[in-house]
Design a protein around this ligand. Structure first.
Ligand code: 5GP
Length: 193
């Protein structure tokens, strides 16, 4: 019998190392997982690939797509919109694919409200306490007080969701290799379910 499709969601506060771990999962499980390209209204960053990293659209285009029912979930994070296209999720669920996607907490709450739990799993990246993450975030690039306050607000909300995650990956400074092994184990188990 064909295995059921599923959505593996990756969530973790800013500075938790989510992107590093996501890249690791893509490298190790690239041929077993499907990856959905989300839409965003933010501008591409250097090195990002349109159509792969995101579909880049204007705010107006995003709103039109959203109003037409294009997204299974959408959120405004900072000054930008983000959304996962519904058709890709439907295709995965109908065709037994395992879809892997990172997202922030508002999007997760919408998916949780829409899908039964056997159709999604949440992996949470715990990068330590706020003081720790703040140092990491500010070490990457300068940031306004306002932007930092926003990240802190998201941090508090995301940490409150942590207890409901199906798996928690601890990613402390200097222990990335251990976190990579941990997420590998977790994804493998989810694939073998
Ligand atoms: P970034 O601009 O750094 O690529 O992403 C900013 C935030 O948006 C991150 O927390 C990221 O996980 C989240 N994000 C990326 N794609 C999506 C999406 O499709 N939906 C939602 N809700 N959040 C997303």
């Amino acid at each position: 019998m064909q295995k059921k499709g599923m959505l593996i969601l990756l969530m973790g506060p800013s500075g938790s190392g989510k992107n590093t771990l996501k890249a690791h999962v893509e490298k190790v499980f690239g041929d077993q997982l499907s990856f959905v390209t989300s839409y965003t209204s933010r501008a591409p960053r250097p090195g990002e690939v349109p159509g792969k990293t995101y579909h880049y659209v204007s705010r107006e285009e995003f709103e039109a797509l959203r109003d037409a029912g294009k997204f299974i979930e959408w959120a405004e994070y900072g000054a930008n919109y983000y959304g996962i296209p519904l058709d890709a999720v439907q295709d995965a669920l109908e065709n037994g694919k395992i879809l892997f996607r990172e997202l922030e907490h508002k999007g997760y709450q919408q998916i949780k409200a829409k899908l039964p739990h056997d159709q999604y799993r949440l992996i949470f990246i715990d990068g330590g306490d706020w003081d720790h993450l703040k140092r990491r975030i500010l070490g990457r690039a300068p940031m306004s007080e306002e932007e930092l306050a926003l990240r802190k607000e998201s941090y508090d909300i995301e940490m409150a969701i942590k207890p409901e995650a199906d798996a928690v990956i601890v990613n402390k400074d200097g222990e990335v290799a251990a976190a990579e092994r941990a997420i590998e184990r977790v994804v493998r188990e989810m694939l073998e379910r």
